[in-house]
Design a protein around this ligand. Structure first.
Ligand SMILES: N[C@H](CCC[C@H](N)C(=O)O)C(=O)O
Length: 268
């Protein structure tokens, strides 16, 4: 499945037992010797009263607590595979509960939860709460906003996403000591009063064609900087998302497509 080109393997772990090691996940993620994906998603039975548990692994085998594009695909998967007949689906993750609403034409809206502006897993922010921070990386000082959508994000404002040094700066910042659990690095270009363009170097996956939680983080950063109003259209390489946020304390709502590509079996 994919969400704007951010691609996933989604596995039903309700009707079968699925236990994968990080090495097995990395091998499956390989686009030449494996299946190939940005993230692997498991549909598991809920443990705390939601409809399902949503488990996410990056291509490098690391387990994480949020994936926005994956949440839309998760919703389409469980409805089309008959695992639920609900249109509004509650899923639990290690970072909290998401509500996935399947609209018409495979358009899904996700309540991504309230952005955390002082995430404990990013000590730099937990005590400072600035609109922007700066850090020396490669041969320059860069300014960035930082927050958590259930996963850590740093968002840089750039003049032109097409020429932004996503690979070099993204890789350097993703594993910078400022981010003990690493981070997703967004490069955001304001393109209008309610629109921005975005590329994301994702933690554990590298640059992807789209990043749902990254789009949410970029809009929160841009709203806090007074650069856009919401709802905001976010143009990613793989397509557009609509992000709505009513300000601090409010959840971020993300709407966009989800697409089946093929069904298969995995022998591991
Ligand atoms: N790479 C992210 C997980 C996937 C996020 C992205 N695919 C999305 O749509 O939100 C992380 O390590 O936090």
């Amino acid at each position: 499945m994919h969400g704007l080109g951010n691609d996933f393997v989604v596995i039903d772990a309700i009707n079968q037992t699925v236990q994968l090691t990080a090495e097995q996940i990395k091998a499956l993620a390989d686009r030449h010797y494996g299946i190939g994906f940005d993230q692997l998603l498991l549909v598991e039975p809920a443990r705390m009263g939601a409809d399902f548990r949503y488990v996410i692994y990056n291509a490098d085998g690391s387990e994480v607590s949020q994936c926005g594009n994956g949440a839309r695909c998760f919703a389409l998967f469980v409805t089309q595979k008959g695992l639920t007949n609900k249109r509004s689906i509650r899923v639990e993750t290690d970072a909290g509960e998401l509500v996935l609403t399947v609209n018409e034409e495979q358009l899904v809206t996700v309540d991504m939860g309230v952005p955390k502006l002082d995430p404990a897993n990013v000590p730099l922010i937990a005590k400072q709460q600035q609109l922007q921070y700066s850090v020396d990386v490669l041969d320059r000082t860069v300014a960035f906003s930082a927050l958590s959508m259930g996963n850590p994000h740093a968002v840089l404002q750039v003049e032109n996403v097409a020429t932004a040094e996503v690979e070099a700066v993204g890789a350097a910042l993703e594993s910078h000591s400022l981010f003990p659990e690493r981070a997703n690095i967004g490069f955001s270009e304001i393109t209008g009063p309610d629109s921005l363009a975005l590329r994301v170097y994702e933690r554990g996956a590298g640059e992807t064609l789209a990043c749902g939680s990254g789009a949410c983080a970029a809009v929160v950063a841009a709203v806090r900087l007074g650069k856009v109003t919401t709802p905001t259209t976010v143009a990613l390489t793989g397509g557009e998302l609509t992000i709505d946020w009513q300000g601090e304390g409010a959840p971020v709502m993300m709407s966009g497509p989800a697409t089946f590509v093929f069904d298969g079996m995995i022998d591991i």
